[in-house]
Design a protein around this ligand. Sequence first.
Ligand code: DAH
Length: 352
Amino acid sequence: MLNQLEEIEQAALVALDEVEDEQAMEQWRVANLGRSSPLMAVFDQMRDLPKDERPAIGRRSNEVKQKLEKKHSEKADLINQLALQKSLETERLDVTMPGRPVSLGRLHPITTTMRQIYRIFAEMGFQIYQSRDVETDEYNFQLLNFPPHHPAREMQDSFYIAGHYEEDNPVLLRTHTSPGQIHKMREHSAINPKDPPEIRIILPGMCYRHEQISARAESQFTQVEGLAVGKQITFSDLKGTLSDFNKRMFGQNVRSRFRASHFPFTEPSAEVDIECFVCGGEGCPVCKRTGWLEILGCGMVHPIVLQNGGYDPNIYTGFAFGMGPERITMLRHRVEDIRYFWANDVRFLEQF
Ligand code: DAH
């Protein structure tokens, strides 16, 4: 039996040498120290031994058991240590590495331009109104004094709303923000039809045209409309207001130029240019060598339009203007293609 204990011990130690991981370690423990291990069998057989052999076998069995237990715990420690080392190595953090940049959201360049426009007109005492995107032909054209076959109606090819087609008053997406003029004049004049209150408003919003899309034309774009109606408003007020706007928007030294033009809803009408802020008026590719940049359209509100809004043109006068934030943004940032604005390409948007 002493020999048998010797063999048990040897076999267990040899097997222990081969153990390399936690799982094998546990298997070894069950096989060599577990209840059905050869060593435990020796303990079981003890009581069948002659009395005089028992002490020697008993002592030896305990020695083997203690030795195997000790070896087991040493090996287990070693395996734990190796595992720890390995995981430290594979999960190593380089604390000197630069952090990953957090990308911040930002305002769309058109939003930024719109807000600048709002702020400037708000400082001048204008209120900001919203008007509807879906209009009727009546508001978009007729009440603004477009005659039925006016060429501008073709120029502003419209998106019509299917299923709402009335022969002479189809529903469409507004092609400009000007119909808001009629809505707001009617709302204001309804307050006191005999003596309607004065108006100083801007009307920003999206406009839609069924255009051939190109670097210069999108089917969807923003406009900011302006309208001032009162009892003593003159063309000088128009010039003063818009020259001042240009200074606040483009720089105190910028010069403005008013060129006669034509719109059905204003009389007289003008287009406003500013001296090119890229070349200072010398002539460059941005201003197409003219030294001037066209910024907006404007004019004195046509008597028929005042009338349509509920304002007596014998008592009231007014001025109106309309500008394109995309165009202004393109000039300021030298953006060469209007399609970038609504294409949602972050590579473009991230630059602002
Ligand atoms: N509605 C015009 C357009 O879309 C812009 C415009 C020009 C608006 C002159 C005005 C104005 O109020 O007076 O082209």
